[in-house]
Design a protein around this ligand. Sequence first.
Ligand code: G6P
Ligand code: MG
Length: 218
Amino acid sequence: QYDAVIFDLDGVICHTDAYHYQAWKALADRLGVPFDEQVNNLLRGVSREESLEVILKHGGLTTLTDEEKRRACAEKNEIYKGLLDEMSPDDLSAEVKDTLDGLRAMGIKLAIGSSSKNAKKILERIGLDGYFDAISDGTNITRSKPDPEVFLLAAQYAAVDPERCLVVEDARAGIEAACRAGMDSAGIGDAALCEKASYGMETFSQLLTICGKPSGLL
Ligand code: G6P
Ligand code: MG
């Protein structure tokens, strides 16, 4: 029933949450603002620049200039990229890879819809360079989730109508973005409980069932 599945990357295909946390934590410590995993959870699907704003607001730091913010984002990203260098194809689970291969065997196009500007680097690290039919990421969007732009562009790059796409997301902002794009969505992790998700998944491989059955039967 779907011609394409559009996957969020961080928290769906692989797990970079801990790396984002470590990198933001190092920056927050230097700036002297509090930062914990609860705040980190608010940053799923949120762009780097908007994430910094959330952290500063939460920490009560209101005095940074635009230039200081730009440098803070660059500093976080350098730390984050160093951590990404430690990733390898071992960070892609067999369940995820087998499910992707299974969907492809069903004739479904596979795309990435991620807010990250590091998406291509991450795909390379985990051995999925060149695997997806289309990639829409932080480098081609002007507005981040919950705006639907990233998913609408993924559908356009894959040459599939938005109504024929299923989005897979771990972030509430991503489920909202899928809704606004007119796409069905499957939530995993926190997003599995999101009222707006078309499906809530406990495991990634449930996608094979979701995509194999006519809509309305699940
Ligand atoms: C994903 C992550 C966010 C991250 C964003 C931007 O959506 O879930 O936590 O802030 O990408 O990532 P970037 O790699 O461009 O800093
Ligand atoms: Mg995510």
